[in-house]
Write a protein that binds this ligand. Structure first.
Ligand SMILES: [Zn+2]
Length: 124
């Protein structure tokens, strides 16, 4: 008798295959993609404050000098970035990620997620 292959419940062969080979059909993916999105320019690091399908918003603090008082002031910056399909499961709200500048993808998006620096659980 042939033994039945044990597969986790609810997992079809297709989804298993998808998990094994990490690739995506996202054309705005810097690693895969048809034309491979070119990352050039500045690189930013920040915390994910919002996650939507295919996009994230990051926030980080920067210091600017106030000449009048000879002190530094904290300012916050928010940047929207493209989240490629292959990284959709790795990035969550609260994570520290790195994004790179690329060509404008839409009105507000001109950056793409490069990598996850720190997951939220590892923060402590
Ligand atoms: Zn990809």
């Amino acid at each position: 008798m042939e033994e039945k292959k044990i597969t986790p419940k609810g997992m079809t062969l297709k989804s298993l295959k998808k998990k094994a080979v990490i690739s995506c059909a996202d054309k705005f993916c810097p690693i895969h993609g048809e034309k491979k999105l070119k990352v050039r320019g500045r690189v930013f690091e920040g915390e994910v404050i919002k996650k939507l399908h295919g996009r994230v918003t990051i926030q980080f603090e920067r210091m600017i000098k106030v000449r009048k008082y000879e002190r530094y002031e904290k300012r916050r910056t928010k940047i929207h970035a493209r989240l490629p399909e292959c990284m959709e499961n790795d990035v969550n709200v609260g994570d520290l990620i790195q994004i790179g500048e690329t060509r404008p993808i839409s009105k507000m998006i001109h950056c793409v997620v490069i990598k996850v620096i720190r997951k939220m659980e590892e923060k402590e």
